[in-house]
Design a protein around this ligand. Structure first.
Ligand code: PEP
Ligand code: MG
Length: 609
């Protein structure tokens, strides 16, 4: 819905100084706008298959030991991955099929190969991924050209294993962009959330990808970095070349190659309107999010990285409604230990005190993969080993995090919530472990907040349907609409091919939202929304009218959500919500809610092209 919503972020329109090429024809690609703002400038197109041939990088002598460590852990992760697959195949197909993978494991244990990779890395001072590829390819080519069929097949094994090792070594490394010194707009087939997090904020002015949906974590990360972004452009990256000149519109999900004078003029108008809106947003920065007739909504911020806390303080949020702790676990070879986690959580809590900080326990899995944990090859990762399911299976990792969070709670303003709770058993089991951790800390004389509030995310339909039982055991509900929509409508949140089915105003979804809020009220606990729907201006009147107590949104979106709430009448939003719940068509709901926003706060919607 937010395709038409303008952001409250101050860098709304960044016009590059590089001029357009007037002789070339304008070409428009349409996708999904996931992070607001407009930029224009030259593009850099990432190689489509980054793992095929890693770029050669010079590694200084002092960094060689770390480089070789990277190799060791990639080998260990690959070994684990192949063994997992082998076990799975043995279970499903039998041992003769699974024996194929013995050959793969043997490649990993081939001391001649590994030794040569290490020697090549050290003597040539190169990155291990480049060394591994070069050495392994030499072996594969030699084997591939012999007469013996058995040996020729070993060449395929080597290439297969090489690709696996390289995926562990390269996955989170962006193609080397360090030589670039001028601002650029990044175009790629795909980016992972941690690649997005590691973009150079000074130089990367925006990005666009062929794949992805509105609530992919790559999109969410772009929003919190304040980098305009468009995803789901299908095959745009194949049709573009580095140095093409584009205009990227993150509001409307449009990428314009060689924008015409007319297009540039229209965007100039948008820039002016946005400047006017910014002035109004700045005026209410410290005002409450209260409707014209006195209904106050708590407005908190969603945070992925510790460095985002400054933006939270700056945007006028009343605390952090969702701290995605898993980002501390991504893009690294070893898990953060209790002390490191404690220091990070405590620092955030202290920075925000006395405002509350809701830490969500580890939601790893699906599109958030940690090298330190190792990869699992799952057919349906969003339905698989993710979030609380992973934590309850790996209590060693969960316990470390719970202890760190409990210790951080001594700051006094910490709350905790569990992701992906599907029913009471998981909540009870998580709480049991939490109590155990509290007991340990008491015995060790380590302080924690005895009144720590523990809530849950409601993001699976089964949680909504058991909300009465869950509400008796939780201090608050925070609705994760990103997942609740995908699980209710059976629409993969990452898949641009079904993006038009990802429908926040679907009658089924609205009923589930109302059921959750009602269950919360019956138990006298508050209910918030921390999915992207909370930051969608078109959805806000509905959520307010249904009776949510809190909305947690990206800091870049927060000022305009507050602006809108302050222009709404609660009684009118209640009527709107009531009508919406009786409506059979999501389009009709959208038309009505948009009309209300348009009447109350013209200026927060804008469409160009
Ligand atoms: C959600 O599902 O709405 C949510 C906030 O969690 P995440 O996007 O991290 O899955
Ligand atoms: Mg979720």
């Amino acid at each position: 819905m937010a395709d038409f919503a303008c952001s409250g972020h101050k860098a709304i329109i960044i016009m590059s100084v590089v001029s357009s090429a007037p002789d070339k024809k304008e070409q428009i690609f349409r996708g999904i706008g996931v992070s607001p703002g407009v930029v224009r400038g030259r593009i850099v197109v990432l190689d489509h298959d980054q793992n095929e041939e890693p770029p050669r990088r010079h590694i200084p002598e002092s960094e060689l030991p770390a480089e070789l460590d990277r190799l060791q852990s990639a080998l260990a992760n690959t070994r684990r991955e192949i063994s997992d697959i082998q076990n799975q195949v043995e279970k499903n197909l039998g041992s003769s099929e699974s024996a194929i993978f013995d050959a793969h494991l043997l490649v990993l244990e081939d001391s001649t190969l590994i030794h040569e990779v290490k020697r090549f890395t050290q003597t040539e001072n190169v990155n291990v991924d480049y060394a591994f590829h070069t050495v392994a390819e030499k072996y594969a080519q030699a084997l591939g050209s012999v007469e013996d069929e058995y040996l020729r097949e070993r060449a395929a094994d080597i290439r297969d294993v090489t690709n696996r090792v390289l995926s562990h070594l390269c996955e989170h490394n962006l193609q080397d962009l360090s030589h670039l010194t001028e601002p650029y707009i990044l175009i790629g087939h795909d980016l992972t959330p941690s690649q997005t997090a590691s973009l150079d904020r000074e130089l990367a002015q925006g990005f666009a990808t062929d794949v992805g949906g509105k609530t992919s974590h790559t999109a969410i990360m772009a929003g919190s970095l304040g980098i305009p972004a468009v995803v789901g452009l299908k095959d745009a990256s194949e049709n573009l070349d580095t140095d093409d000149y584009v205009l990227l519109d993150g509001f409307n999900g449009v990428l314009v190659v060689n924008p015409s004078d007319q297009t540039l003029f229209e965007y100039g108008q948008l820039e002016k309107e946005q400047e006017d809106l910014q002035v109004k947003l700045a005026e209410i920065k410290n005002a409450p999010a209260i409707t014209l007739d006195g209904r106050e909504i708590t407005l908190s911020a969603n945070v992925e990285q510790i460095s985002d806390t400054a933006a939270v303080l700056d945007c006028g949020a009343q605390g952090i409604g969702l701290f995605r702790t898993e980002y501390l676990f991504l893009d690294r070879q070893a898990l953060p230990n209790e002390e490191e986690q404690y220091v990070s959580y405590h620092r955030v809590a202290k920075a925000l005190a006395p405002e509350p900080v809701i830490f969500r326990t580890l939601d790893i899995g699906a599109d958030k993969i940690s090298h330190a944990i190792g990869e699992t090859d799952e057919a349906n990762p969003f339905l698989g080993w993710r979030a609380i399911r992973f934590c309850l299976a790996r209590k060693d990792i969960f316990r470390t995090q719970l202890r760190a969070l409990l210790r951080a709670s001594s700051a006094g303003n910490v709350k905790l919530m569990y992701p992906m709770i599907s029913g009471v058993e998981e909540l009870d089991e998580a709480n049991e472990l939490l109590e155990e951790c509290k007991r340990e800390l008491r015995e060790e004389n380590i302080p924690y907040d005895k009144d720590l509030e523990v809530g849950i995310m409601i993001e699976i339909p089964s949680a909504v349907l058991t909300a009465n039982a869950l509400g008796a055991r939780a201090k608050f509900f925070s609705i994760g609409t990103n997942d609740l929509i995908q699980y209710t409508l059976a629409v993969d949140r990452l898949n641009e091919k079904v993006a038009d089915l990802y429908d926040p105003t679907h009658p089924a979804l609205l009923s589930l939202l109302q059921m959750t809020i009602d269950a919360g009220k019956r138990h006298n606990i508050w209910t918030g929304v921390c999915g992207e729907m909370a930051g969608d201006v078109a959805a806000v009147p509905l959520l307010v009218g249904m009776g949510v107590d809190e909305l947690s949104v990206a800091p870049t979106m927060l000022p305009q959500i507050k602006y809108l709430i302050r222009k709404l009448k609660y009684t009118e939003t209640q009527k709107l919500a009531q009508q919406a719940l009786e409506c059979e068509s999501s389009v009709d709901v959208l038309v009505q809610t948009r009309a209300m926003v348009q009447r109350a706060a013209p200026g927060v919607f804008h469409t160009v092209l």
